[in-house]
Design a binder for this molecule. Structure first.
Ligand code: SF4
Ligand code: SF4
Length: 332
């Protein structure tokens, strides 16, 4: 890939994804053909077999309407800020480790230091805008110096960090309702997928029909790890009076595989699916009833998982949290 074009594209992506404390870049508010990343994207599309570059160019070219700063900012907030849990997280550690900060945060920080940089941002070093800015720096070094080492560092950073999660952020943006962010999503996927990921990319239609599925319902303990890691909030656990249910919104699933990877009992697999309604129930378990006060407690699936861990059935486990201390006292 042409490093000069990548330099411009990573710069644009870093500017667009940076927290808009002082406003988003002005170019985000004009037609897509005049964005600074448009021409480099066109040239990449002309050079690359990867069809995502073409999709990026088409999406940019279709952005004809001008937009106000306020409108773009509210799109940014809807996508990346949210209340409590944003639809799309912008931290590598959240995507890869399920929490912020995580091992990825410190690993990225160490690589910045090795390259001679100190991060003084108010943001964690594994924020998307900072990782993209690091790539801008590496491209700049590569353009300025004949030392092949910089190219090697850039490739390693993409392999060990950026390609593990930023293409998934891109896929989530492609599935968002905002055309400008869809175009940026295509650019994230095209410019940061590893060559292995690109080779593994299936034709668009086939990959759209891959969905998480649970073949053996009893294997799912309703632990909720998959819900926590899902980048698009396609998975949810809901409780009603009598059941706890794991639901999948099929229209929000981007088949990223994250849920499958965090599922400890390996209950989830990605399977082909066609004409699937949305949402679908992946797992449902009745909630147990406290024998003392008749209120519903946790799901039977969760109780079964605890019993398997304990290897015995202590009587107090059947009671709700209010009645349990008294029952434990009695059993002494
Ligand atoms: S599918 Fe796996 S990760 Fe998700 S709730 Fe069930 S056991 Fe937990
Ligand atoms: S594959 Fe799993 S984690 Fe990824 S979007 Fe679909 S439900 Fe969410």
């Amino acid at each position: 890939m042409d490093v000069k074009h990548l330099f411009t594209i990573y710069t644009g992506l870093a500017q667009a994804l940076a927290p808009p404390t002082y406003g988003l870049p002005d170019w985000l508010c004009v037609s897509g053909r005049t964005w600074p990343i448009f021409q480099p994207a066109v040239e990449m599309a002309a050079q690359q077999v990867n069809p995502t570059w073409r999709q990026a160019v088409e999406a940019l070219a279709a952005l004809k309407k001008k937009s106000s700063q306020a409108a773009r900012r509210s799109e940014y907030e809807a996508l990346f800020v949210g209340r409590g849990r944003p639809p799309i997280w912008l931290y590598e550690s959240r995507h890869v480790n399920g929490r912020i900060p995580g091992p990825a945060t410190f690993s990225v920080q160490a690589l910045y230091k090795q390259a001679g940089l100190e991060s003084e941002s108010a943001e964690l070093p594994d924020h998307a805008a900072l990782e993209l800015s690091f790539l801008v720096f590496l491209c700049q070094q590569e353009i300025k110096s004949a030392d092949p080492e910089w190219r090697a560092v850039r490739r390693l950073f993409i392999k060990k960090h950026a390609s593990l999660w930023l293409p998934n952020v891109g896929r989530a943006l492609i599935h968002s309702e905002y055309p400008a962010w869809q175009a940026l999503g295509y650019l994230l996927v095209a410019s940061l997928s590893s060559s292995k990921q690109l080779k593994a990319q299936k034709p668009e239609k086939a990959s759209a029909f891959l969905l998480p599925s649970i073949m053996q319902p009893n294997e799912c303990t309703l632990c909720g790890f998959c819900v926590q890691i899902c980048p698009t909030r396609a998975l949810n656990i809901v409780e009603d009076e009598s059941n706890t249910t794991l639901l999948l919104s099929t229209k929000h699933c981007i088949a990223c595989d994250h849920c499958v990877r965090v599922c400890i009992p390996k209950a989830l697999t990605l399977e082909s699916a066609e004409n699937t309604p949305s949402p679908i129930i992946l797992r449902q378990s009745e909630r147990a009833i406290c024998p003392a006060c008749d209120t519903h407690t946790v799901s039977q699936a969760e109780i079964d998982a605890i019993l398997t861990q304990l290897g015995e059935h202590p009587r107090w486990l059947d009671y709700c949290l209010n009645c349990r201390p008294y029952q434990m006292e009695l059993s002494k």
